[in-house]
Ligand binder design. Structure first.
Ligand code: SF4
Ligand code: SF3
Length: 550
């Protein structure tokens, strides 16, 4: 096992990467090796799919499978080795199907990569013996650390892109250019590219593809559930039976709300599901009672304390404790050995579990949190915002976006928000905000100082807001009084970072630690070419950002 795809990867003696029997996230060696093999196969499958796209006869089942399978390998999504042996068998089946289709169409099949020819062993032991060829570091001695690092950046970015594309797809956004773009990227990786300028160009191409994917996801979410509007969300319980829904998938939340209509069960959001309350067609369910708990890394305590079942719809799952193991359900790409998985949107077992439990016995005093400042609301307030900037009432915007994690260095983002001067606006995005979003930040005129744009999935909204402000001020986004402070943890954040770079956004502050797969040479490229800056300490970074804008 060797995995260095996320921010919390093991870092010992100057060596980075989880390489023991179990990763920091809890992923075991067997699961990690099976994930590598699956990725290897997906490169081969992507290569064939790419040829079908070029031929004008794409295979929808294979394209959807690719998104889903890539998503299962994201950090904190699926830990169930049985799922991966199943996906490996399915990948081989689809590969053979695509090859047969191409042959039947008279397409020559020369030049296919080794990944496209890979025959997975039927037995687990033999399968694991094949895993070496699939390691993210395979070929290191031939191509060196920089090439391995750039391939990893592209692969991890691609996982994030696929996850966003899957979220959009389940709500009906199925765009040819997205499937074709993902197949193209896999085809690129299948041929073990080793030219650094070409790899860098591919990373930016992936960032551009991700912008299209995030636009599709925004269209999917707003099309299905309406434009988010400012909404007060209750953060204290009300008496009654309860279900907790965590992760990012709005469709799952919607289906759970529908399934529990009239049952008397209240539904609460957790973690990245908080912004769901801002969507009118989700908010309209009276039993969407509120938000419970905070960010993913606190789930073991929060889920144990929650008096009902929990449904995990996407990242970030961590090892379930015995206290709630029999009442946590997984959905979509998520999995953990022994947990019950929702099949065919059938929530009967979840409802039964909620009815069998006490729920909340008392209604607590009401506390709320404000969400729902996605692009339309903020653009609707553009005149107020522009006036406030012109009058000097707003000096600067800080977009604090991205993931949370368990490491102590993550207090940087709270410090940043708390130390930002009172004439600055804080835009938040992703799960990094839960450490500080209940703090009191006050208002600037009619505008709250902290405006939550939504999930990490809503990065498109933030990009639209920045572009619209740049348009209104007649300047480029880099000339706005705006600083992006990105906290990364997993591969969705890698995809968003590539998009920001592809859009030419400079001076992004990145932390809490830099990706382990980026070598000093690659980091230098990010710093020199894109002005990416590692975080230092909050007060110094705020001062530097304000000085640059002055
Ligand atoms: Fe380690 Fe992160 Fe990989 Fe888990 S996902 S094994 S924590 S690098
Ligand atoms: Fe968070 Fe996992 Fe990335 Fe959606 S829930 S931002 S870490």
């Amino acid at each position: 096992m060797f995995c260095f795809q996320c921010e919390q990867t093991a870092r010992q003696d100057g060596q980075a990467g989880c390489a023991s029997a179990k990763g920091v996230c809890g992923k075991d060696e067997v699961t990690a090796d099976l994930q590598d093999l699956l990725i290897y196969q997906l490169k081969g499958l992507g290569e064939l799919s790419q040829r079908l796209h070029q031929h004008g006869t794409p295979d929808q089942a294979a394209d959807s499978f690719i998104l889903y399978a890539l998503f299962t390998t994201l950090t904190n999504v699926n830990f169930n080795r049985a799922v991966f042996t199943g996906l490996i068998a399915e990948a081989a089946r689809l590969r053979d199907k695509l090859r047969a289709t191409l042959e039947a169409a008279g397409e020559a099949l020369q030049g296919l990569s080794a990944a496209a020819h890979f025959a997975p062993a039927a037995e687990l032991t033999e399968l694991l013996a094949q895993a070496n060829i699939a390691s993210v570091r395979a070929g290191l001695e031939l191509v060196g650390e920089d090439v391995i690092g750039l391939r990893a950046l592209i692969l991890y970015g691609l996982k994030g892109v696929a996850a966003y594309a899957h979220h959009a797809e389940v709500l009906g956004e199925k765009r040819e250019e997205i499937y074709a773009g993902i197949a193209r990227a896999l085809d690129f990786l299948a041929h073990d590219p080793a030219d650094i300028p070409t790899l860098l160009e591919e990373a930016l191409a992936l960032g551009r593809l991700n912008l299209i994917v995030m636009e599709a996801l925004d269209a999917a979410n707003t099309g299905a559930f309406g434009m988010p509007t400012p909404t007060q969300v209750r953060t204290t319980p009300v008496a009654g039976k309860a279900i907790l829904v965590s992760g990012h998938d709005l469709r799952d939340l919607h289906n759970i709300l529908d399934a529990t209509k009239g049952t008397g069960i209240n539904v609460y959001t957790h973690g990245e599901m908080l912004p769901a309350h801002g969507y009118p067609r989700l908010h309209a369910y009276p039993h969407l009672a509120g938000n419970y708990g905070s960010a993913w890394q606190n789930q073991q305590q929060e889920f144990a304390d929650f008096p009902g079942p929990i449904v995990m719809t996407s990242n970030c799952l961590i090892e379930p404790r015995a206290a709630y193991r029999n009442r946590i359900f997984t959905a979509g790409p998520v999995g953990w050995p022994g947990l019950r998985h929702i099949q065919h949107d059938d929530y009967a077992q979840v409802i039964q579990a909620a009815q069998a439990m006490p729920g909340f016995t008392q209604t607590a005093a009401e506390k709320t949190i404000l969400v729902g400042f996605a692009r339309e609301t903020l653009l609707g307030a553009a005149e107020t915002v522009i006036e406030a900037v012109k009058s000097g009432a707003i000096k600067h915007f800080f977009l604090i976006g991205g993931c949370d994690g368990a490491a102590p260095g993550r207090n940087y983002y709270t410090d940043f928000a708390d130390h930002a001067p009172e004439d600055t606006v804080l835009l938040t995005l992703g799960c990094g905000k839960y450490r500080f979003n209940s703090h009191e930040f006050g208002n600037i005129g009619p505008l709250p100082r902290l405006l939550d744009v939504g999930q990490c999935n809503d990065s498109y909204s933030a990009i639209q807001i920045a572009s619209a402000l740049a348009g209104a001020f007649g300047c480029g986004v880099n000339d706005l009084p705006l600083t992006l402070v990105v906290s990364w943890f997993e591969q969705k954040a890698a995809a968003v970072l590539l998009t920001l770079l592809a859009l030419g956004l400079r001076n992004v502050r990145l932390g809490p630690s830099l990706p382990a797969f980026l070598t000093p040479t690659l980091l230098n490229v990010l710093v020199e070419t894109f002005g990416v800056q590692p975080i230092t300490n909050a007060e110094a970074d705020i001062a530097a950002a304000l000085a640059r804008a002055a």
